[in-house]
Design a protein around this ligand. Structure first.
Ligand code: 4GX
Length: 252
């Protein structure tokens, strides 16, 4: 899969994407990431990429021509590349959108700065607008990195062979169960005994229960959407019953 990032700040991408799993994926040739400096497509003497907004108002707007040339240059190499603009006005990124994007072979990520891009750049060259959440960044670069990171780990071979992205509990819309490693006892808090039992079916049952409990308490909205098995529904009933008879607190 290929990612082309259109940005005024290409250096922002070097170190975060070179580390760890995404870095390994690049080394293995599973993904290719290229930064394209939009300023290189501003052909005037001073390579101007922004200007004041028509109608007045605060800040600067990114000019359409350099963006148009940059996107058209990438598309001349691959007409099927899919162009995404990162903006708080886009649809909110989630694992579902992530999976859909992971089936594409070439994404162009357009990163806006200042007050955003000229509306005509969006109308003419953008296929999809995505927001990574309801907060305001200083530019689309960090949002683009979030997308690249989340999409890359879904691609075959990117995570270790012993660990598939499909195992993630978010994949079946539940939160993860608690994890423990050495030491057994830390400041009087010990690891749940069942995890030392060697009883794999008991461990698996405990983990499913804990995942359900945690989801019930922290993200009950996810349970509505979850496709629970009959066994999981039974477990959830048990947890709810337990919390009713438990007068010591919230039970779960
Ligand atoms: N999820 N930003 C885009 C420029 C901008 C300003 C106004 C459109 C209108 C963001 C987010 C995000 C900051 C990227 C503003 N674009 N991007 N930038 N949240 O906050 O994706």
């Amino acid at each position: 899969m290929r990612f082309d990032i259109l940005t005024l700040f290409p250096h922002m991408f070097s170190s975060p994407l070179r580390e760890s799993i995404v870095g390994k994926a690049i080394e293995k040739g599973l993904i290719q990431i290229r930064t394209i400096n939009i300023r290189d497509f501003a052909f005037d003497k001073h390579q101007v990429v922004d200007d004041t907004p028509y109608g007045g108002g605060q800040g600067m707007v990114m000019k359409v021509e350099p963006i148009a040339r940059a996107i058209e240059w990438v598309k001349s190499q691959n007409p099927s590349a899919w162009t995404i603009y990162l903006t708080p006005q886009g649809k909110q990124f989630n694992q579902n959108i992530c999976q859909k994007l992971s089936s594409r072979s070439h994404l162009i990520l357009l990163c806006g700065r200042y007050e955003g891009v000229d509306e005509r750049a969006r109308e003419l060259f953008v296929d999809e607008e995505i927001s990574i959440g309801d907060y305001v960044l200083t530019g689309g670069e960090l949002a683009a990195m979030v997308i690249i990171d989340a999409v890359s780990r879904l691609l075959p071979g990117v995570l270790g062979s012993d660990r598939s992205a499909e195992e993630d509990s978010f994949f079946n819309s539940l939160l993860e169960y608690p994890q423990y490693t050495l030491p057994f006892d830390f400041r009087g808090r010990s690891v749940p005994e069942v995890l030392l039992s060697g009883n794999h079916s008991a461990i698996s049952l405990w983990r499913r229960r804990e995942a359900l409990k945690r989801t019930l308490v922290r993200r009950p909205d996810l349970l509505d959407k979850a496709n629970l098995s009959d066994e999981e529904k039974k477990l959830l009933d048990d947890i709810l019953q337990e919390s009713k008879t438990d007068k010591s607190g919230d039970g779960v």
